[in-house]
Design a protein around this ligand. Structure first.
Ligand code: NAG
Ligand code: NAG
Ligand code: NAG
Ligand code: NAG
Ligand code: NAG
Length: 453
């Protein structure tokens, strides 16, 4: 015990000594203070920082010892985080901190909610590529900056060690994505969502083989989805929704074997979905609303075993709802509203034990709704069958809110029990339903009540 505790003591002393001895490189210290002055609203920084800003904890600043620094390693600026308290907030006249890229050991830079003065836009710029070749930056996050303007600088391609690049929710960032982005071979996450980017999605993104997340949603990208995106074998999340993409969904998408989340809503995509989508064994979310697809609803979608959300509303799908959809045992949400679907609702849908949102409204479905009371209770108000004039239920009592009338067969049974005039009111449906608790609504009761109204 004694040797081990003295060993521990030695380590502690050694650590204390090394911390005490670790003064910052004066040039690095000066560069750090200039970055703070360009951005931070805290004017007291320079006097308070002292000779060694790394020696005391500062919000928004993280230092790390130089690797292999021996007994007294120098501390270096490793992470800077501006914008959201407790980190330093940004001043009204904040300028984009070019100097941060001169900090030789910086690994992460966050500028979140920083540039938001509507009267003073700041340009997103980077130092010349030759100044960036020694960069160790792994994470760059520039998010929620409504007054940051300009295009994505081509020098981004020189930040070769980047693993996470987020340039998101900066409404004034416009123009095309530089093709050079394909150089960033270490990228794991790329998020360029909610900007005003235009032009094509660069096909060179297919070279980022380590990419796990790609989010280009809510921009104005146009042209086709590049087939080279199919080379991103590690990709788990692909979000291209709310752009101006046209053409079909490329077949190569079926090679994205790790994909769990695919969102392509609100584009101009049309035509058939690729055969082989059911090879995407991990796909849990397929969200593809508001595209002029205009094809038969493919039965193959029913074979994507792990699917939890399938949203294909408002996309011109025709044909019937495939029986195979009854196999999607993990499904929680099925949105098929506002298409051109016809035929019966497959009885198999009532086997979906996890479903809590089912919207089939505004189609041309017909026949008897094949759901039993238990299934209807499971869905409650999250079931919408309205806008399908051919659909009907045998017992209005069990589906008071789904927007469907009583089947003619069942109405005629009512007919024999009540006068002709009251039946027309039952068929109009809407009025009577609201007045009575669901449990009381036997057809005969309804007819009788209408008669009295
Ligand atoms: C780029 O590097 C040169 C030479 O080291 C230096 O003089 C210059 O200030 C740097 N430019 C920027 C914007 O960091
Ligand atoms: C989408 O693309 C079409 C055709 O290229 C163009 O007319 C339209 O303005 C674009 N819309 C947006 C929002 O970019
Ligand atoms: C879908 O139905 C609408 C309205 O009935 C019709 O205008 C449209 O041509 C149909 N689309 C397809 C693809 O069948
Ligand atoms: C179903 O979709 C329609 C059309 O988009 C929408 O108005 C309605 O609120 C949805 N119903 C439910 C229960 O979500
Ligand atoms: C509705 O009509 C069908 C066919 O005539 C009949 O089998 C069913 O029992 C009726 N259901 C109710 C609740 O009246």
């Amino acid at each position: 015990m004694a040797p081990s505790s003295s060993y521990t003591l030695a380590i502690v002393l050694c650590l204390l000594f090394s911390l005490a001895a670790a003064t910052m490189d004066p040039a690095e210290r000066e560069a750090l203070l200039r970055v703070m002055e360009a951005v931070s609203s805290d004017r007291e920084w320079r006097p308070a920082a002292g000779a060694d800003p790394c020696s005391s904890p500062w919000p928004g600043l993280e230092c790390k010892p130089a690797p292999g620094g021996g007994a007294a390693p120098r501390m270096h600026v490793a992470r800077l985080d501006f914008g959201v308290p407790p980190n330093p907030t940004c001043k009204d006249t904040a300028a984009f901190p070019l100097g941060a890229f001169a900090l030789p050991h910086l690994q992460a830079l966050f500028l979140v909610d920083c540039f938001k003065n509507p009267d003073a836009t700041t340009a997103f710029t980077l130092p010349p590529a030759s100044n960036l070749s020694a960069s160790r930056l792994q994470q760059l996050s520039i998010r929620s900056n409504p007054s940051l303007s300009g295009t994505l600088p081509p020098q981004l391609a020189s930040l070769w060690s980047l693993q996470v690049l987020t340039v998101s929710q900066n409404a004034l960032i416009r123009g095309e994505v530089p093709q050079g982005i394909g150089e960033l071979k270490n990228l794991v996450h790329l998020d360029l969502s909610y900007n005003s980017l235009t032009g094509p999605i660069p096909s060179r993104l297919g070279e980022l083989r380590g990419l796990v997340g790609l989010d280009l949603s809510y921009n104005s990208f146009s042209g086709p989805i590049p087939s080279r995106l199919g080379e991103l074998a590690q990709l788990q999340k692909l979000d291209l929704s709310s752009n101006n993409l046209t053409g079909g969904v490329p077949d190569t998408i079926t090679r994205l074997k790790s994909l769990a989340f695919l969102a392509l809503s609100n584009n101009g995509l049309r035509g058939r979905l690729p055969a082989g989508l059911s090879d995407l064994r991990d796909l849990q979310y397929l969200i593809m609303e508001n595209n002029p697809m205009g094809v038969l609803l493919p039965s193959e979608l029913g074979n994507i075993a792990r699917l939890q959300e399938l949203r294909l509303a408002n996309s011109g799908y025709s044909g019937s709802i495939p029986e195979t959809f009854g196999l999607l045992s993990s499904l929680t949400t099925l949105s098929l509203e506002n298409n051109n679907l016809t035929g019966r609702i497959p009885a198999g849908l009532s086997r979906l034990k996890r479903i809590y949102h089912l919207n089939l409204s505004k189609n041309g479905l017909d026949g008897v709704v094949p759901f039993d009371g238990a299934f209807l209770r499971q869905l409650g108000r999250n079931l919408d069958l309205s806008g399908n004039p051919g659909l009907c239920v045998t017992d209005q009592a069990v589906v008071p809110d789904a927007g469907v009338g009583v089947c003619p067969d069942n109405v005629s049974r009512v007919r024999s029990a009540a006068a002709e005039s009251s039946i027309r009111r039952v068929n109009r449906g809407e009025v009577t339903r609201r007045f009575w608790p669901a449990g009381m609504l036997r057809p005969a009761t309804v007819a009788l009540c209408c008669f009295l109204l």
